[in-house]
Design a binder for this molecule. Structure first.
Ligand code: IMP
Length: 431
């Protein structure tokens, strides 16, 4: 069977949690390869709603191996909290079920503090981060001053790593008029967590490339969305990792040759949390309010209201190209039920020039005017519909139009938050 990478093709919150859970049933190993506990995946199983932030969705199934790859930045205290909560809900998590790359970089308390300090100081120019310390932790990784998971069991190395990291961070703390951190303060805090977290630590690249796993099916679970990619997103209003599909390889140690299929998840409309350009946003608009209310558009991680707008096919086409998407999965189609008219953005106008992609540069993006194609809505309820033919004809036409404008076929359509409410047009695991 094919190995899959599943990525969001908008600004995150596309409903990846449900899709990864659904597809994960057919995979043996589920791997997180970037981001951290800034992600939020909601999975509804029967009466229970699980909110995952750091753990791969595979963790909810006992027969799967879940892996956190080196491309993630890991907050060990957040991980413990998430595991404790899941265990209270009846999910068991052992070292045979969860493995964490020993070379993963850790998020430490000063990363979170720095994230907050910077955002507060930036005022109107803030990024609108999740406040989880993601940016500062990735900066330390490329700045070669991270503490990594494997360092925790080597006190001498850990001290050296912390010395290097705090030499940098205490200068910043001083500049912000904040108390400096001492090495022993962080060492003591880490000691509380070391034995708990170290049992999951392993050489993930070796595990994934081991002969015994050669014929296992791997699902790589993307976090955030393609438009939050640090290189190709709406910079600087992005996250600090590469969220695009090629990051699956470098963020886990699996050869790019083993990635067979890329699935791009798209919501049937668009949402975004945090600051930054959003050409099709519906501000102070009845339809925008409908999408927010019916779609329960509130962030899983921070509880912030999500900004809502029309489906932007120009942007999704762009991210499908960047990701090498084979097929898309359209989520939350049911949220559009009852809307009289629907719009899809197929390009932009700016300064009397037309574009079929989003030009680089936040200032340009602000002045951009979407070009819309208008569609008739449907009044029927699509919640729980499980085959394409049973959808209203206008909904089918809407799906076909998305396919046409983004240039990729729809493999899956999701019609409610529940695990089983899925229309599978093509099985992505089959070639
Ligand atoms: P950070 O990743 O916390 O640094 O936040 C940077 C930007 O990415 C902000 O606009 C966040 O709202 C956004 N962001 C980060 N993670 C997610 C996510 O999982 N879903 C949607 N937006 C996210």
């Amino acid at each position: 069977m094919n190995n899959l990478v599943v990525v969001g093709c908008q600004w995150g919150d596309e409903g990846k949690g449900k899709l990864v859970d659904y597809l994960g049933e057919k995979a043996d190993i589920i791997v997180r390869f970037q981001g951290g506990n800034n992600a939020g995946h909601t999975i509804v199983i029967g009466e229970k709603t699980f909110k995952l932030s750091l753990l791969p969705s595979g963790i909810l199934r006992d027969d799967k191996l879940s892996i956190i790859g080196n491309g993630v930045v890991l907050d060990p205290w957040a991980l413990k909290k998430e595991i404790d909560l899941l265990e209270k809900m009846g999910i068991t998590i052992s070292k045979n079920k969860l493995m964490i790359a020993e070379n993963v970089s850790l998020i430490l308390p000063f990363h979170k503090e720095l994230d907050h300090l910077r955002e507060n100081l930036a005022g109107a120019k803030k990024i609108g981060t999740t406040g989880r310390g993601i940016g500062p932790a990735y900066e330390d990784k490329v700045g070669r001053r991270s503490v990594r998971l494997s360092d925790l069991n080597n006190p001498i190395l850990l001290r050296a790593r912390l010395e290097r990291s705090l030499t940098h961070h205490n200068v910043l703390m001083k500049g912000y008029n904040k108390p400096e951190y001492s090495i022993s303060q962080i060492e003591d805090k880490l000691k509380e967590i070391t034995s708990f977290i170290s049992k999951f630590s392993i050489s993930v690249w070796q595990e994934l490339n081991d002969k015994k796993n050669k014929n296992k099916t791997i699902l790589f679970e993307g976090a955030q969305g393609s438009l939050l990619d640090v290189d190709f997103g709406t910079y600087p209003y992005v996250t600090s990792s590469n969220t695009l599909a090629p990051a699956a390889s470098i963020g886990s140690g699996v050869s790019a040759k083993r990635v067979d299929t890329v699935i791009g998840i798209v919501k049937a409309y668009t949402t975004r949390v945090g600051e930054g350009p959003f050409p099709t946003e519906l501000v102070n608009d009845k339809v925008g309010e409908h999408l927010a209310a019916v779609g329960h558009e509130k962030g899983t991680v921070t509880g912030r209201e999500r900004r809502c707008g029309w489906f932007d096919a120009a942007l999704v086409k762009q991210t499908c190209i960047l990701n090498g998407v084979d097929g898309i999965a359209i989520t939350k189609l049911d949220v559009l039920d009852g809307l009289k008219e629907l719009k899809i953005c197929i390009g932009y106008k700016m300064n009397n020039k037309s574009y079929n992609f989003l030009p680089t540069g936040a200032d340009l993006e602000k002045d951009i005017e979407p070009i819309y194609e208008i569609f008739e809505g449907w009044h029927e309820c699509t919640v729980g519909v499980s085959s394409l033919e049973k959808l209203p004809k206008n909904a089918i036409y809407y799906i076909k139009s998305i396919e046409k404008y983004v240039g990729r076929p729809a493999y899956i359509v999701s019609t409610s938050p529940n695990r089983n409410d899925i229309i599978e047009i093509k099985n992505p695991f089959e070639r």
